[in-house]
Write a protein that binds this ligand. Sequence first.
Ligand SMILES: [Zn+2]
Length: 201
Amino acid sequence: MLYNNELFETLVNAFRKLPGVGKKTAERYALHILSSTEDEVKEFVETVSQMRKKIRRCPECQDFSDTEPCAICASSERNGELLCVVEKPSGVMAIERSGAYRGKYYVLNGLLSPLDGIGPEELGLSQLFKKVISNKVKEIIIATSATSEGEATALYIAHQLKPLGINVTRIAHGVPMGAGLELTDDYTLRQAMDGRKPLDI
Ligand SMILES: [Zn+2]
């Protein structure tokens, strides 16, 4: 009987730590593991462990990568004068999937949230500003989400970079208010990228 079984409950609780997974889904996952072969489970565990070990932050753009720098930072085919700023790695995945963009990226460590003690330093903004200057970036496209924190972060970046003569734009918001890029379909995201507008400060 699995009810109250300690090993089973420990695995269920581990799955429940994953985003969007409630108790019932976690139990389904744990039962699935039990009905898999030992080889299948071993392969799964090994894949998770290898991915966690080998994929690190790219020192240039802060996205996840198993090479240093990542393939996008290293590519001479990507336009280095264009830099798209996203709040987390899933933003890069969503924009790449849409195929709408051929510049480079910078991944913030979240969004400004002064009440939670998250300021410019916590986000790695000084590293972003240094990169913009040293790489002679001409346009920054801010693709943070359409939330109050996303807007505040976009305005802060614009305030810092516009006086340096850098063109700061914001992706157009067919992206739904409050939604992250990963929940936006490819077509809407391509439209948002094409329809980006200068940020007035
Ligand atoms: Zn990179």
